[in-house]
Design a protein around this ligand. Structure first.
Ligand code: GLN
Length: 482
């Protein structure tokens, strides 16, 4: 059972060859076995998983499998930024250490009452970071090399999938946090179109950028998990009222006739040679499989990181204002309300959260707003226009997901800029709001390299189809680590 994909597992459960409860037992046992090394979770929920899996099995007894949908039977890991009713949700922060939500995030509602949840995955505090070392709890380790980071901010989710602690996971992506950890842990990570998945119940980081996405063993699993979480939600005013297609329908159609553009600006010397080599290999193999492959240009991609690191902190400085010791989580008592605010935030937030709040507040302040925030928004528009032109010429764009393979724990914690540079390939698609997916392309120095594919808004069926072909031509096979 351990080596099946989530889709295959769900088929076996639907055929009653195994029960949902047995699958949950396998997931729980794997957590017991590897968690001490991997640290993928802030909170594990083994009893809850068994109880809910038992209920799923009960429903499966009804006619037509009791109407149970495939995804409902699969043990699932949830990033600790998504609200889960009755299960504490820390966001990787001390300030929410004892916070237990009263409702589930809307993205989870298609699992009904019976989401077979293995646990809440570790993450960088409030999803700010690229290594999961900004967690207020403990760092997660990369199952491919326990001395290395799993990437971030959804590093716990990525490590859990790579290690087989649950069959798949949900992450969130503001500027690469699903794709980059997926790349570093040798799994698939999909950032859907902005607005495709409801953000209601997702603790906000950058509200104009945040998207919830699947982190899975292969592309078919990503399609199935997207099917479960996509849809319109009146509780999120930015959620799109666009019909949800069948994400599995076109998956196996191959790349014959597809136009694929390799992004020149994301294949320069800022990217490690070993990474570039694998991306180029995948491009060549896709051409051999019948795609038309050429060079694409996103001239303003060079400014994407700078724009992102103004816009995202600006939004965070506003979003984190709600953690004031009154409404949620931690309160440190002091004389007078202002002193209480100050002490609560001083003790509750870690260094990176404070850094971002200060950067964002500065960029939005009178006298600097035009020079920073307004300028960054203009760059964002330029990037959107670049993508529009490139996606007129090509169906899908190709690039690395991350400039390097998984780096050593502690090697970038003292240098925020070096950490931010991890995101150069991921942030352009975030600023444009288009869907992007990372698939394992092969190994460099024995560590996984992610290949990123991007396409136009709401064209996930096309993107998944191209990604399915890419994973099939790639020299990589999913196997459980460590
Ligand atoms: N690493 C980026 C950041 O620190 C992206 C984080 C994310 O996508 N949540 O902001």
């Amino acid at each position: 059972m351990q080596n099946l994909t989530a889709y295959e597992l769900a088929q076996r459960i639907a055929a009653r060859e195994v029960s949902a409860r047995e699958a949950a037992e396998v997931a729980n046992a794997r957590v017991e076995e590897v968690e001490e090394d991997v640290n993928a979770f802030v909170t594990t929920t083994p009893e809850l998983a068994l109880e809910r899996a038992g209920r799923v099995d009960g429903r499966l007894q009804g006619g037509e499998n009791g109407g149970v949908r495939l995804w409902e039977t699969v043990p699932t890991t949830v990033k600790d930024v998504l609200s889960t009713r009755g299960v504490r949700t820390t966001c990787g922060s001390r300030i929410l250490e004892d916070f237990t939500p009263l409702y589930d995030a809307s993205a989870l509602l298609n699992f009904g009452e019976d989401l077979v949840m293995v646990g809440k995955a570790n993450m960088d505090e409030f999803a700010m970071g690229s290594s999961t070392e900004n967690s207020a709890y403990r760092p997660t380790r990369n199952p491919w090399g326990l001395g290395r980071v799993p990437g971030g901010s959804s590093g716990g989710s990525a490590a859990a999938v790579a290690a087989g602690e649950g069959w798949w996971a949900l992450g969130t992506d503001t500027g690469g946090s699903v794709r980059q950890p997926a790349a570093l842990c040798g799994i698939v990570g999909l950032k859907p179109t902005y607005g495709r998945v409801s953000r209601h119940g997702l603790i906000a980081f950058g509200s104009s950028l945040d998207v919830i996405g699947p982190m899975t063993r292969d592309v078919r699993d990503a399609a199935l998990l997207l099917q479960a979480i996509a849809g319109h939600d009146p509780h999120d005013s930015t959620s799109a009222n666009v019909e949800v297609p069948d994400y599995l329908a076109e998956l196996e159609n191959g790349v014959e006739g597809l136009r694929i553009g390799l992004v020149t600006e994301l294949m320069d010397e800022r990217i490690d040679a070993g990474v570039r080599e694998i991306v180029a290999d995948v491009a060549n193999s896709l051409e051999a499989a019948g795609a038309e492959v050429g060079e694409a240009s996103l001239p303003h991609a060079y400014y994407a990181l700078e724009a992102y690191y103004i816009i995202a902190p600006a939004e965070v400085s506003s979003n984190l204002a709600r953690f004031d010791g009154v409404r949620y989580g931690l309160r440190v008592s002091a004389d007078g309300v202002h002193e209480m605010y100050r002490k609560t935030r001083e003790e509750g937030f870690g260094d990176e959260a404070k850094r971002r709040i200060m950067l964002g507040t500065y960029a939005l302040s009178a006298g600097y707003y035009d020079a920073y925030y307004a300028q960054a928004q203009k760059v964002r528009t330029k990037i959107i226009e670049d993508f529009r032109a490139a996606l007129h010429r090509y169906d899908v764009l190709l690039s690395p997901t991350s400039p390097s393979v998984a780096f050593e724990l502690g090697s970038k914690t003292g240098d925020p800029l070096a950490m931010y540079l991890q995101d150069i390939c991921a942030v352009p698609a975030s600023l444009a709001g288009i869907p992007a997916i990372s698939v394992p392309g092969g190994l460099s120095d024995g560590l996984p390299v992610g290949v990123q594919l991007m396409s136009d808004h709401f064209t996930e069926p096309l993107l998944l189809r191209a990604a399915r072909a890419a994973e099939q031509v790639a020299d990589f096979e999913f196997t459980l680590k460590p």
